[in-house]
Design a protein around this ligand. Structure first.
Ligand code: PTJ
Length: 256
């Protein structure tokens, strides 16, 4: 990987690019993952490359759902495996959740490589290699493990592609999405939509989980009951609008 100097103004974003490219070189990330990362970067720029207050609210409710779940699962794809393997493993650990590799551009080789990659970052059991159940979908994201996503009550789906999110909601599951595009089908269909970069979101969620397990917040069910996902999505859109307006003002361009 190219060494990115820490004082580079775009350090975080350049490191993420290096990780995705390295993921492709290792055979864990799909080439299409590059395009997805580019789209994410564009939305991150629009939102100001920071975690908004409403994203923190969504992260807190997501953690509450995962902590109260009977069988929580974190879905891993080629992008998240390359970007945040250590954070996925840490989050699964603190939440006592299971990791399952679930891919859109699926191949057995890639599922195995991602599994090994997660294990090299400290993961214990990683689901996804059995693929002994199918969701009612026409593409390979349908392939899931019976003891994992298929029977889970709460599923965390970072960087999703829409159809599966809807299917999981239809199956009665609580679906938590992490997606920088507040208008993606995933964002609009998830039970809880975290509009944030997966790198920042997972790191916050690990810290929040540790605090919430200590009982430092309201009762978990109250956090869930007082949550309004539509408001969180509309807050994200408002943040983008305000961010662009401020930028326009700074450079003396009229905001219509
Ligand atoms: O590894 P596979 O085969 O399962 O494929 C994974 C990708 C991500 C390629 C696949 O799921 C895909 O094509 O996804 P989409 O349809 O491009 O959707 C990805 C969504 O995630 C888009 O809405 C992006 O804006 C968003 N996104 C991209 N990078 C990030 C992100 N959201 C949060 N953090 C990011 N770093």
């Amino acid at each position: 990987m190219t060494e990115i100097p820490k004082d580079h103004p775009r350090y975080e974003s350049l490191v993420a690019r290096e990780r995705i490219v390295h993921g492709i070189d290792m055979g864990i990330t799909s080439k299409q993952g590059l395009v997805a990362q580019g789209r994410g970067e564009a939305f991150d720029y629009l939102i100001g490359e920071r975690t908004t207050e409403s994203a923190v609210i969504a992260q807190r409710v997501a953690v509450a759902h995962m902590l109260l779940a009977r069988s929580p699962v974190i879905s891993v794809n080629g992008n998240t495996a390359a970007l945040v393997p250590e954070l996925m493993v840490s989050l699964a650990d603190v939440l006592d959740a299971r990791l399952e590799v679930n891919l859109f551009h699926r191949s057995d080789t890639r599922v195995h490589r991602i599994t090994e990659h997660l294990k090299s970052h400290g993961a214990g059991m990683v689901l996804g290699t059995k693929g002994d159940k199918r969701l009612d979908l026409s593409h390979d994201r349908a392939i899931v493990d019976e003891e994992g996503i298929f029977s889970a009550d709460v599923v965390l789906v970072p960087l999703e592609d829409g159809d599966r999110c809807q299917k999981l909601v239809e199956m009665g599951k609580t679906v938590i999405a992490i997606d920088l595009n507040p208008l993606s089908r995933t964002s609009l269909r998830a039970t809880v939509t975290i509009v944030d970069n997966v790198t920042r979101a997972l790191s916050n969620m690990v810290d929040l989980t540790k605090d919430m397990k200590k009982g430092s917040f309201d009762p978990l069910q109250d956090i869930i009951d007082n949550y309004d996902n539509k408001k969180v999505v509309s807050d994200a859109l408002y943040t983008i609008q305000e961010h662009l307006k401020n930028k326009a003002e700074k450079i003396g361009v009229e905001w219509i």
